[in-house]
Design a protein around this ligand. Structure first.
Ligand code: 16C
Length: 256
């Protein structure tokens, strides 16, 4: 119990997530913490291949197939100036702004609010010709975790998205093929302290981002089409999303 409590304490003085009463909580807690550990492993081992690079953004994949379907895991690393990890995760999690930056989604619905930091989303994605149109149903959980390895005490923020089921929204209902996904965005803020104890401004902060994703297309789609979509969509997403957060934050007070 004590060990479990340690894992779900959001930070010094912070309350436990209200989601901990929910039937999905053991899975949400376990997968979020597994994803955090996975994101923090380097890309030096494990067969990661660099497939896209743009300035400090680097994207790696491992080519994997399950029953002939491409399920290549992706890991992306980036350094973004002028925003905090909390801000990055806030905009990635929030349904209010999802359609402002997300270019693969045609329709988004929050089907359940488990807690203010834990939602269940149903998304209909844009169709890629010649494949059938896809939808996805997943819980999304945002959390602050203390970093015990960091002597400067920089906290880490994580958003984890993971497929789930709901009998009211059955998969493969004839209209869409359901994709399954496990995605995490892990962010850490670094502060370059201003001289003479001046106030911290956006020029003094940098956010280290790790984004990991595994998407199973759920039904047959040509491998060449899938890999071409990956190669185009992931860099587009990370560039567009980070530019969006920088733009949203620039005139606002820093949210640590
Ligand atoms: O993580 C991202 N977004 C989150 C919030 O929406 C959430 C979503 C994950 C997306 C799961 C992929 C769904 C693929 C559907 C089909 C793709 C349509 C592309 C339309 C292009 C105009 O975690 C950011 C997601 C970044 C983009 C991911 C692209 C991955 C492509 C995977 C293709 C799989 C199925 C394709 C079937 C033909």
């Amino acid at each position: 119990k004590q060990q479990q409590q340690q894992q779900i304490v959001a930070g010094p003085g912070k309350a436990l997530s209200k989601a901990c009463q929910h039937r999905l909580w053991p899975e949400i807690d376990r997968i979020s913490m597994e994803q955090l550990r996975y994101a923090r492993l380097g890309v030096g081992e494990g067969g990661w291949q660099l497939f896209a690079e743009d300035g400090e953004m680097k994207m790696y994949k491992r080519e994997e197939e399950v029953n002939g379907m491409v399920v290549d895991p992706l890991k992306a690393c980036h350094m973004v100036r002028g925003v905090t990890g909390h801000e990055m995760c806030h905009y990635f999690f929030s349904p209010d702004v999802r359609m402002d930056w997300e270019t693969t989604v045609e329709q988004m619905t929050v089907i359940e609010t488990i807690a203010e930091d834990t939602l269940v989303f149903l998304q209909v994605h844009k169709r890629i010709w010649p494949a059938s149109q896809r939808d996805s149903l997943f819980w999304s959980h945002m959390r602050q975790v203390p970093d015990h390895n960091d002597r400067d005490g920089h906290d880490i923020w994580i958003v984890c998205n993971h497929s789930t089921e709901n009998p009211d929204f059955p998969s493969n209902n004839g209209k869409f093929v359901r994709v399954t996904l496990t995605v995490c965005l892990v962010c850490q803020t670094f502060i370059d302290p201003p001289k003479d104890g001046a106030q911290i401004v956006r020029d003094n902060i940098t956010c280290k981002i790790t984004y990991c994703s595994v998407v199973n297309p759920g039904g047959w789609a040509p491998a060449s089409v899938l890999r071409a979509v990956y190669k185009r969509e992931y860099p587009k997403f990370l560039k567009r999303f980070t530019a969006y957060v920088i733009d949203q934050c620039k005139e606002k007070p820093i949210m640590f």
